[in-house]
Ligand binder design. Structure first.
Ligand code: ARG
Length: 565
């Protein structure tokens, strides 16, 4: 649909950039384009004149019986209406080709890095956002035919491990830690900082222990391995709950052995200079403050590891894009990494185009608009949030007095609870700060996961009652609401393209919401099961395809559905 129109316009505009959109307002046609403005600018003529010209171009090149009406409106928009036949054709395509199952084989690899928690610390809501957004993007790319590497870049290296080792040696209790790894290790870390205020010599001791760890000291390595192992085990419990998976969990420590070569390269190319013992990279040309590649005590840094990491990713996977799904707060860091990587020639070379992108996102706010925190003022733990959401979902289901069995109820609350957390995040522009409003998130009405899941379950209910769905015969498709549903369905692949082009999962979430509203109002006003045979058949197919798109779309967002709700 959009594709057809785009291709025809492309015949006139060539390489110029223009938009084709689905109209929100039926008065303005099915589709509309800004192509006349683009053409006017290029030819230095008036948009209205160009719009008229485009109208004749469209008439001439459209497939037969495709446009019902082409309208030119001030100051130069072109709106088109499809014929009923064209819409029927769209429906046939949807039902037969399963446009959304295929995707476009691009043979390109995209690395999507997300989650990336730090070992010995509980994940916080920032990691949750990264996990949810990254998973949705990875799913969308995969679905569209890209090769996707899902990368959990574990924070498992850095001077903090010197501190942790000291704290463990002084106050650690192995048994306690094994029982509650992230909680206890977190406490030890906090205690270290408290004690170090009174006893600054602890800092020095920690530096020494980290040096020993870097140097391969057996005892310290063993401790570090243990911290890592028990942390990863805890993380994987969370990932299982969220239904998130990775292809690799190679973390920061892996790049340890490559750091020297990065430092040497920086020095050899004259990109970094010693300053008070530290090694600094001048990024003036990029309008960025200098970046530190090595500290005065010789320890390397987060940034240096990211440089080794980007080189490794490019060599190993030859990706066309590397997406870093990391909070806004690290904007400067990634600008510096990408700038240095281009100075080093890792990116920006002609031969191998690779585009690194920092996929930023905002904070998570509590209901009063403050940074999310628990009563004690500490960052809320992700595990607690998941539990809370599931419990609240359970309560809502109980209040609805449905007659599900216990096991069913448990499963439905899980699906709703987790879906609500994910959808709350993914339905908002990732750049904005998001708010946790449990009531809204878990409501069965409005732009929420339960609303979409419930819509799906109701559609499934209709299909079940129908006892068999006839093969699609589009000839009975009516104009008006029936056709409106088809047009909405036909948008799905276009929406997915926009999601991966702009790295914006909320386009998909909002599309699914619109589809749900459309199909809900459709079956509230139009009889499905009680229609005459031919119409009933076509409408059942509408219901079926809508349920399918809802299910597939939600799955791409990482959200499950249930057949009954
Ligand atoms: N572990 C880091 C943190 O929790 C995030 C890592 C981001 N990714 C990267 N390539 N630097 O803040």
């Amino acid at each position: 649909m959009i594709k057809t129109l785009t291709e025809i316009i492309r015949g006139r505009l060539g390489d110029l950039d223009f938009d084709v959109r689905i109209s929100d307002d039926p008065e303005r046609g099915h589709l509309s384009t800004n192509a006349a403005f683009v053409l006017a600018k290029a030819n230095q003529s008036s948009p209205m004149e160009m719009a008229e010209e485009l109208r004749s171009h469209l008439r001439k090149h459209a497939p037969s019986n495709y446009f019902r009406k082409i309208e030119v409106v001030e100051p130069g928009f072109v709106n088109v209406w499809l014929t009923p036949e064209a819409i029927k054709g769209e429906f046939r395509k949807i039902a037969k080709a399963r446009v959304w199952g295929k995707g476009v084989k691009k043979k390109e690899t995209v690395i999507v890095e997300y989650s990336a928690p730090n070992i010995a610390k509980a994940m916080h809501v920032g990691h949750l956002r990264s996990t949810i957004i990254g998973d949705a993007l990875a799913n969308a790319f995969e679905f569209m035919g890209y090769g996707v590497v899902r990368w959990n870049y574990i924070g498992d290296w850095g001077t903090q491990f010197g501190k942790l080792i000291v704290a463990y040696e002084l106050w650690g209790d192995k048994e306690k830690i094994n029982k509650n790894p992230l909680g206890e290790l977190g406490k030890l870390y906090v205690k270290f900082h408290e004690e170090a205020k009174e006893h600054p010599e602890l800092e020095e001791r920690a530096q020494k222990e980290f040096k020993k760890l870097e140097g391969g000291d057996k005892t310290n390595r063993k401790l570090w391995h243990w911290f890592k192992k028990i942390s990863l085990k805890e993380f994987s419990k969370t990932y299982n709950k969220l239904g998130v998976r990775f292809n690799t969990q190679i973390g920061e420590s892996f790049f340890e052995k490559e750091l020297k070569s990065i430092i040497d390269m920086l020095v050899e190319k004259g990109l970094a200079k010693e300053s008070e013992g530290a090694l600094m990279i001048d990024l003036d040309a990029f309008g960025l403050p200098p970046a530190m590649a090595r500290k005065s005590d010789g320890a390397t840094l987060y940034l240096t590891r990211d440089l080794a990491n980007i080189r490794y990713r490019i060599d190993e996977y030859k990706p066309s894009q590397i997406l870093y799904v990391v909070a806004n707060e690290q904007t400067l860091h990634f600008s510096q990494v990408f700038a240095t990587a281009s100075l080093l020639g890792f990116i920006g070379g002609k031969e191998q185009e690779v585009k690194p992108v920092h996929i930023k996102f905002g904070l998570v706010l509590g209901e009063e608009g403050k940074k999310f925190s628990s009563r004690e003022g500490k960052g809320v733990k992700l595990e607690e949030m998941i539990e809370t959401s599931i419990k609240l979902a359970d309560k809502i289901l109980e209040d609805r007095k449905s007659n599900f069995r216990k096991a069913e109820l448990k499963e439905i609350s899980r699906v709703i609870g987790i879906g609500a957390i994910k959808y709350n995040d993914l339905s908002q522009n990732r750049m904005s700060d998001i708010v946790f409003n449990w009531e809204k998130m878990l409501s069965f009405e409005g732009n929420s996961a339960p609303y979409l899941q419930y819509t799906y379950a109701r559609l499934k209910g209709i299909l079940k009652k129908a006892k068999g769905i006839p093969k699609l015969d589009v000839s009975a498709l009516e104009e008006g609401r029936d056709s409106a549903v088809v047009m909405k369905l036909a948008e799905f692949p276009e929406v997915l393209s926009r999601v991966i082009e702009n790295y914006m999962p909320h386009y998909l979430a909002n599309y699914l919401y619109e589809l749900a509203k459309e199909i809900n109002s459709f079956y509230q006003s139009e009889p499905v099961l009680s229609s005459s045979a031919k119409l009933r058949g076509v409408r059942l197919n509408l219901v079926k395809e809508s349920s399918e798109v809802l299910k597939v779309g939600l799955k791409l967002l990482g959200i499950e559905v249930v057949e009954k709700m």
